[in-house]
Design a protein around this ligand. Structure first.
Ligand code: BJW
Ligand code: ZN
Length: 237
């Protein structure tokens, strides 16, 4: 722990990659592992354009349930520790796969959202996009003024990540002295590819996760534990 703390203290540029595990202590369910199934469905069965085309109401019921969970949740000590680290480091980039907005609510500012935003809706016909924070939504599936279906403003399997944020994330990782990887199973690509990219570009990679991931054996330090407990310890100077 001391060694990792020192790497963070000495780093000039820091990048952080977060996943659903950082929000687990706020009561937001993760995608995989215990509690990862909604009804009997896995995320691979629901977070796809094909699932939405087949049964938009079912997919929206899942999102509406998650939006309700997140609306009742608060950022935890892990989110807050990252917001505090940003205050201390002039070159800091938070790259998140999460769509829940808890990093924003914790006070983080330099956030790259790779998989979109739970609170954005987009028209499937006229592509109009807007924020909608109502929970629960009054009508499922919700519709645009033009009459077509609205979809969540997130990235589903088989869809490309938003080009600008993805470019920026890669740049931040290439330039980082330290990459902190927090609460992600690191099985979903291209986001997971940021971990080997950082290592190849010379960054120290520090992982915080309750369980092992495919990268645990390769990174410079891998800590087993809760993000809300590990991050405040790692970041304390
Ligand atoms: C704790 C904890 C605590 C718990 N403290 N830790 C290369 C190889 C293989 C496959 C592919 C590849 N490249 C692309 C693919 C296909 C696919 C993919 O990766 N599939 C794999 C599953 C095999 N990828 C895609 O399709 C991507 N698009 C793409 O590649 O497009 C190419 C293209 C180009 C041009 C034109 C067209 C296409 C898109 C991926 C989108 C992923 N979307 C989702 C849903 C987002 C919206 C929503 O939220 O509904 O993103 S799926 C879901 O998984 C979500 C997450 O962001 C993502 C990652 O999950 P995450 O965050 O890691 O969560 P979990 O649950 O998996 O893990 C939680 C972890 O926390 C665990 O490890 C716990 O131990 C830990 N934990 N409590 C610390 N307290
Ligand atoms: Zn429309």
């Amino acid at each position: 722990m001391n060694q990792a703390r020192e790497w963070i203290r000495e780093a000039r540029a820091i990048a952080v990659l977060t996943g659903a595990g950082i929000s687990a202590e706020s009561g937001v369910p993760t995608f995989r592992g215990p509690g990862g199934l909604w009804r009997q469905y896995s995320p691979e069965q629901l977070a796809t354009p094909e699932a939405f085309a087949r049964d938009p109401r079912l997919v929206w019921e899942w999102y509406d349930w998650r939006r309700c969970k997140v609306a009742g949740a608060r950022p935890n000590a892990g989110h807050l520790a990252l917001a505090a680290l940003e205050e201390a480091k002039p070159r800091f980039t938070l790259i998140t796969q999460n769509v829940d907005g808890l990093h924003d609510r914790a006070g983080s500012r330099s956030i790259i959202k790779l998989h979109g935003d739970l609170w954005t809706v987009r028209c499937t016909a006229c592509a109009r996009e807007r924020r909608d924070e109502r929970v629960p939504l009054p009508e499922l599936p919700p519709r645009c003024e033009c009459g077509a279906l609205l979809r969540p403003g997130v990235v589903w399997f088989g869809e490309p990540l938003p080009a600008g944020p993805w470019e920026e994330a890669q740049r931040a990782v290439r330039e980082a002295d330290v990459l902190l990887v927090v609460g992600t199973s690191a099985v979903v690509y291209p986001a997971a590819g940021l971990v080997p990219l950082a290592a190849a570009c010379g960054a120290r990679v520090i992982e915080c996760n309750l369980e092992e991931t495919p990268f645990s054996a390769e990174v410079d330090k891998s800590f087993r534990g809760r993000a809300g407990e590990l991050l405040p310890q790692l970041i304390a100077s």
